[in-house]
Design a protein around this ligand. Structure first.
Ligand code: FAD
Length: 397
């Protein structure tokens, strides 16, 4: 059989999973290459606690290069600028064009910094380590001056859990610094109900979340959009100005520049449409998985909500894409497994309690959730932060 070249773009949840999986599936018969602009795997869920000193960078990152070397995966560290889908080439800032037979795009997504005026200048976010560091750097000085805090999930966002976790961590941190009850805390979300997550909710989790918002005396508003962020205020879609000295917003995702700069690859927001095999609808040797994929909501909401793109979902998409690339090369039956049928799984830290939710499918009701109250949940959480990167690594063993 002709030797094929499979190139994976990105090396985080989806890219790393697919690379290790493919290297095992094709076992030396074909070439697996990873191209990414970093050699660090970053465990993004830990960023919600990062601004409060819950973990350090070294706890939540690891170097992927030795794993790739052990699995005979060639790793190219380079910033991708665009692809030429007809010529089947990847262009980077620092290398010669890289040819492929199959490409799997797992370059994730970025915060849309432009659709809410004033977001870049006057709000903090958690999308990426640099953004989380800036949020951490602003939080400590804020504690000495204080004032109202507003945490928002903006319209079309697809990252909900991190906003709830950040909110509950703010509450806990304020309490730790004797500011509980002194600093008004407000939560504003596009979701029609607590913990809706753009997928209709997590059964008991809605009740638990509602209870916590009331118990912690957090002012919460649902089905609200953000019109603008101003110095000292968040302007809601209703025109109301919410006073804010510290604003954290989870905005909508857009695709990375490399995807947006590629003709015929993605829609307006730079997110990639795929079929139930994770293939591009028109270029069948182009696959995509993870946050780079365009997922349409199954039901509309009064204020538009994106579908939550969790790490587990990204991992599952990568797994199915890897199997289908192998199937295509070797003439095996492909697997059709749309993201609507994949399991949504999430663990939410609320600063002192901890709860988890598992959903049977993105479009089905929740199977299971639980709450773990008490100080031991903090210990469990910090252990989890350290465990997950190790677990990811162990997949490569
Ligand atoms: C703050 C936060 C908290 C979260 N909490 C949870 C949670 O509790 N539970 C959960 O399940 N999920 C959570 N998620 C979601 C989860 O982290 C994502 O679903 C997952 O990281 C998506 O993985 P990915 O591999 O598709 O994309 P990413 O993790 O974004 O990885 C993209 C990769 O592509 C590379 N790349 C990008 N552009 C280029 C380029 N031009 N050239 C070369 N390489 C490039 C990047 O360096 C990176 O390696 C959270 C996300 C955030 C941001």
């Amino acid at each position: 059989m002709k030797r094929r070249r499979i190139v994976i773009l990105g090396t985080n949840v989806a890219g790393y999973t697919a690379a290790i999986e493919l290297s095992k599936l094709v076992a030396g018969s074909h070439d697996v290459i990873v191209v990414a602009n970093t050699h660090s795997f970053l465990f993004l869920p830990s960023l919600a606690g990062f601004p409060f000193g819950g973990c350090d960078e070294e706890d939540i990152m690891f170097d992927v290069r030795s794993d790739y070397a052990r699995h005979s995966i060639r790793f190219v560290e380079a910033d991708i600028t665009h692809l030429d889908l007809d010529a089947q080439k990847i262009f980077t800032r620092t290398t010669d064009p890289i040819a492929y037979d199959y490409v799997l795009i797992t370059t994730g997504a970025l915060a849309d910094g432009d659709y809410i005026p004033g977001f870049r200048e006057h709000a903090h976010t958690l999308l990426g380590i640099t953004a989380a560091m800036r949020t951490r750097d602003a939080w400590q000085p804020f504690l000495s001056s204080s004032g109202p805090v507003v945490v928002c999930v903006a319209q079309e966002s697809a990252c909900y859990g991190a906003a709830y976790e950040f909110l509950f961590n703010v509450r806990r941190n304020l309490m730790k610094h004797g500011l509980s009850g002194v600093v008004p805390l407000t939560f504003v979300t596009a979701e029609p109900a607590p913990a809706h997550f753009g997928i209709g909710g997590f059964h008991n989790t809605e009740k638990m979340c509602r209870w916590m918002l009331e118990h912690y005396q957090i002012n919460a508003s649902f089905s609200v959009s953000i019109r603008a962020v101003e110095p000292g205020a968040v302007v809601l879609g209703t025109g109301e100005h919410l006073r804010s000295r510290f604003t954290m917003i989870m905005p909508r995702y857009v695709g990375v520049d490399a995807v947006r700069n590629t003709d015929g690859l993605a829609g307006d927001l730079g997110l990639i449409d795929v079929d139930s095999r994770y293939r591009h609808p028109h270029h069948h040797n182009v696959y995509a998985a993870g946050a780079a994929v365009n997922i349409r909501p199954l039901a509309s909401t009064p204020v538009p909500c994106g579908v939550s793109k969790t790490g587990y979902l990204s991992e599952r998409m990568a797994h199915v894409a890897a199997l289908n690339i192998r199937a295509d090369i070797e003439g095996l039956s492909p697997i059709d497994h749309s993201h609507d049928d994949l399991i949504a799984m999430c663990r939410m830290d609320n600063g002192s309690l901890d709860f988890a939710g598992y959903d049977a499918g993105m479009s089905h009701p929740l199977w299971y959730d639980f709450s773990m109250p008490g100080p031991e949940s903090q210990w469990a959480l910090s252990t989890l932060w350290k465990y997950f990167p190790v677990k990811e690594k162990s997949v490569a063993a």
